[in-house]
Design a protein around this ligand. Structure first.
Ligand code: 8OZ
Length: 367
């Protein structure tokens, strides 16, 4: 039985997590009509409620913010109602849950956009790569640059989504500022070629992320607001910034000044190597006053090492949580893990979603 820090409680703002594991946000593309969370999501998240903190799959703040089919939203009454069932079930099992607020920016397709318009981005630069629409992988559409006059309504969409999240019973929200989506597109000089106050200098490129953060904090409070960043990921065709360290040191200073409850960092290439590019994560850790959540390819040994060294407060696991509803119990007892089935990650029903067995269920089945 492990006695590492990973299984000790942690006070995150007003809530106390029962341990230091976090279920990372995981896109599953199972929303039903109206982009309402699937009723199966109630069981899926409740099955995983022994995580210290659950973060939902990325959920778009508006129709414009959607980039893949069947991802849930957090902008309609029906969506709020669907999520309320999820949060109630998680809370009934003693768990805690944040929702990830998402705007994909240019990683979208005209078929998903209001009036089949172009997806929006800092600049009209198309991402090389595919999104999933109409039941198939499809090239992303050419985006258009957001007008300066559209930025206040965009920030307003984040604010309303945060308000909706609290109405839906979430313990807080995570602003998705990672993985090549809108806020990261604005931050990096590879994807942002604007000449107004949202482009050019680091200060200007960070502006949207910090303004969104301020709006969300003002609406729901800093102790219920976290953010996810990925300083050097190549995800979604976002070439690494010309000076990622300077950029993200500046951003994290700004986030810390807002007193956000946590900073969630994808270290390295999302879902890939942790050392794809040089970056000093300790610098972010030092600058940020709230909790630091480390993520990307952690196993038990690395999680224990990093927590023991004080390099992180919490550790987020992604794929292991897909295939192990009782991941915490398995890690604690040194038990084998179920392997995730990639074929059922995106779309479909209960298979590969709510049917992964717990240790007890596996034992029973073996009898
Ligand atoms: C996998 C497939 C589609 C979207 C991310 C929201 O990378 C995602 C995502 C992951 O942050």
């Amino acid at each position: 039985m492990s006695t590492s820090k990973l299984f000790e409680p942690y006070k995150l703002g007003p809530i106390t997590l029962s341990n230091r594991t976090v279920m990372a946000p995981l896109t599953r593309n199972r929303a039903i009509a109206g982009l309402v969370p699937n009723p199966l999501a109630v069981e899926y998240y409740a099955q995983r409620a022994s995580a210290g903190l659950l973060i939902t799959e990325a959920s778009q703040i508006s129709q414009q913010g959607q980039g893949y089919q069947d991802t849930p939203g957090i902008y309609s009454k029906e969506q709020i109602g669907g999520w309320k069932k999820v949060t109630d079930a998680v809370h009934a099992k003693g768990g805690h849950i944040f929702i990830q607020l998402w705007h994909v920016g240019r990683i979208s397709h005209t078929d998903l956009q209001p009036n089949n318009g172009k997806p929006v981005a800092p600049s009209a630069i198309r991402a090389k790569g595919k999104t999933y629409v109409n039941n198939t992988f499809t090239e992303t559409s050419e985006p258009r640059a957001l007008e300066l006059s559209e930025i206040p309504e965009l920030i307003e969409d984040y604010r309303v989504a945060a308000k909706n999240a609290i109405e839906a019973g979430f313990d807080g929200v995570e602003i998705h500022a990672a993985n090549g989506y809108l806020l990261e597109q604005f931050a990096r000089d590879s994807t942002n070629k604007r000449t107004d106050e949202y482009g050019g200098s680091i200060e200007n490129r960070a502006r949207l992320m910090l303004e969104v953060t301020k709006a969300v904090v003002k609406e729901i409070g800093a102790d219920r607001t976290g953010i996810r960043i990925s300083p050097v990921t190549p995800a979604n065709d976002a070439a690494i910034d010309s000076d990622p360290q300077k950029l993200f040191d500046y951003i994290v200073d700004g986030l810390s000044a807002e007193k956000l409850v946590y900073l969630h960092v994808v270290e390295g290439a999302t879902g890939g190597p942790r050392d794809n590019a040089p970056f000093d994560y300790a610098s972010l850790r030092k600058r940020f006053k709230g909790a630091y959540i480390g993520n990307n390819a952690y196993d038990l040994a690395l999680a224990e090492k990093v927590l023991a060294a004080g390099e992180a407060d919490l550790i987020a696991f992604g794929k292991p949580f897909i295939s192990n509803p009782d991941l915490v119990e398995r890690l604690k007892t040194g038990s084998a893990l179920n392997k995730p089935d990639q074929a059922t990650f995106y779309g479909g029903g209960a298979k590969g979603y709510t049917d992964y067995p717990t240790l007890a269920e596996a034992r029973q089945a073996a009898e």
